[in-house]
Design a protein around this ligand. Structure first.
Ligand SMILES: [Zn+2]
Ligand SMILES: [Zn+2]
Length: 181
C-alpha cells in the first residue's frame, strides 16, 4: 500500500486499496498463531492531503476474519471496520548546532507523526496497527450469546441442558435464607 507523494502536490487524493492479510507481517503472525483467520483481503479507503511536509491520511479499514466466540467457542466471521487518521512527515529535523545541549529534542513520533523517506509513503505498518488495535479482545458471536453450560458444556444457544441453574446454588442464594423474618 503505497502513496506517491508526488501525486499530492496539486490536490488531495481519494484512494482505495485491497491487499491480502498475509502481506502484513503482524497479521500473518496472528493468523499463524491461530488468533484468527482472515477471510477477506484488508480493504482501505482513504483520503490523503499534503500540507507542506505533512501528509494527512484519513480513512476506513475493513476486514473479515474468522474468530472463536469468547462464550460458546463457536467460530464465526467477525467484520472488522475502523476509522483511522495517520499523519506522515518526510521532514526529519536535524538538531540545530546552536541548540542548548539540555533542550530535549522533540521527536516527531512523540506527537504522533510517522516518518517516511523518499517519494512514497508505505501504509503497511500504519494500516496493520489499525487492524491490530481494533481486533476484538473477546469476540462474541452475538451480543446475547448464552455460552456453554459450565457443568456439562452444552451450547446453550442450541439446546437446554438438565443442569440446575447455577444461581440456585450460588453462594448468594444461601444468603437470602439468613434474613430474619
Ligand atoms: Zn457465542
Ligand atoms: Zn449443563
Amino acid at each position: 500500500m503505497l502513496i506517491h507523494v508526488e501525486l499530492l502536490k496539486k490536490s488531495s487524493l481519494t484512494l482505495a486499496f485491497e491487499e491480502p492479510a498475509d502481506r502484513f507481517p503482524g497479521l500473518r503472525e496472528m493468523a499463524r498463531n491461530g488468533e484468527c483467520e482472515f477471510t477477506s483481503p484488508i480493504r482501505v479507503r482513504l483520503r490523503a492531503a499534503r500540507i507542506q511536509e505533512i501528509v494527512e491520511i484519513e480513512g476506513i479499514v475493513q476486514a473479515a476474519m474468522r474468530v472463536t466466540c469468547g462464550r460458546c467457542l463457536m467460530p464465526f466471521i467477525y467484520p472488522l471496520e475502523t476509522e483511522f487518521a495517520l499523519t506522515y512527515t518526510g521532514d526529519r529535523p536535524g538538531m540545530p548546532e546552536a541548540a542548548e545541549p539540555e533542550a530535549k529534542e522533540m521527536d516527531a513520533s512523540d506527537v504522533g507523526l510517522i516518518y517516511f523517506q523518499g517519494e512514497e509513503i508505505d501504509l503497511t505498518e500504519g494500516i496493520q496497527e489499525q487492524v491490530i488495535l481494533s481486533f476484538p479482545l473477546r469476540p462474541l458471536c452475538r451480543e446475547d450469546c448464552k455460552g456453554l453450560c459450565v457443568r456439562c458444556g452444552t451450547d446453550l444457544n442450541q439446546a437446554r441442558c438438565r443442569c440446575a441453574p447455577l444461581s440456585a446454588e450460588s453462594p448468594f442464594a444461601a444468603l437470602s435464607q439468613l434474613k430474619p423474618d
